[in-house]
Design a protein around this ligand. Sequence first.
Ligand code: PLP
Length: 396
Amino acid sequence: MEILRKQFLSHVGQTSDSPLMIEVARAEGIYFYAPDGKRYVDLIAGVSVSNVGHGNPAVVEAVCAQARDYMHIMVYGEMIERPQVRYATAIASLLPAPLESIYFVNSGAEAVEGALKLAKRHTHRTEIISFQNAYHGSTHGSMSVMGGETFVGAYRPLLPDTRKLRYNRFEDLTQITERTACVLVEPVQGESGVNPPAPGFLEALRQRCTETGALLIFDEIQTGFGRTGAMFALQRYGVTPDIVCLAKALGGGMPLGAFVSSNAIMSGLQSDPPLGHITTFGGHPVCCAAGLAALNYIQEHDLATQAEPKGALFEALLRDHPAVREIRRSGLLLAVELGSSERLFRAMALLKEAGYLSDWFLFCDTAFRISPPLTITEEQIRECCADIRTQVLDQL
Ligand code: PLP
């Protein structure tokens, strides 16, 4: 155990200055277990990844079956691989027209890279607009559209011709012009500490993009697959973008990303020059099989619809505690605001001690995250909230 901890620190590249250092032996449903048997409740689902719960038998079976049939054959886009085609078809059937063409990649950041490249190719423009306190990934391109200077400054120069607007500020939308290639937005901002859109904001953004010919890109990497109470947040908020980025829960626990658009826009990557985006492993058949099994599970168990009442129950059971300043929420994505980072860090330690895994947000270190697997039951929510009140909030 001690040796493993030392090897972890010496040989597994570190970027966190305070890693959680909990060894994982196994995981099931909303729980994971340390080798000594200590049980933890996963309150963050790997940051909105494990929406169908850990070790979901339907996903595990799909992974094993596909691994037995075949794994990697050839770089993306050359071969007809049934799990990939079936998954793309299923996603297209759930998205509004004309979002019908799915380009599979490996991660969220790569989905954002692909979407930005696609917008430049389609519009022949270069300006990229995003929002303050937005998070879209950690590669050079996705960092260029990140909305907080703390994590970005050390890596300049990044992509030129980028501009950050203030989220939910209607008056900033006039900065979108005929020069703008695209506007990238999280329909619900995640890493800013859960900020849902103001009524009419996404509609106004859609309208301004249509007027100026800029493509509207939704980053649904954290909000997709039921998290906000609809399969995709674009359905919950009733706005259809030109491109959607997906990842996290897309792979049902396996690494997978995608950017989705119309065939007309996507065809921009196919000619003059062709191979506008290249990936070896994107759309790996095992990841697609896992993702499809997870998607089917979400639909069969109506998990997207349940996210709203389950999130509301968490909110109702915690919001009247005197230590809680505010709860910001969309579906089963919650930020519990404690008002100061000192209180937050104390809460994090108490949560860990009590057997709860939570996290704060990249751009908000005064609130903790609640975004458990969507499979969490009402009874489990009541149990979690009773523990959080007595073992964490009462102690602050
Ligand atoms: N976009 C959003 C909204 C995210 O929350 C994240 C990851 O947290 C990303 C993009 C980047 O995804 P990945 O870590 O898979 O590159």
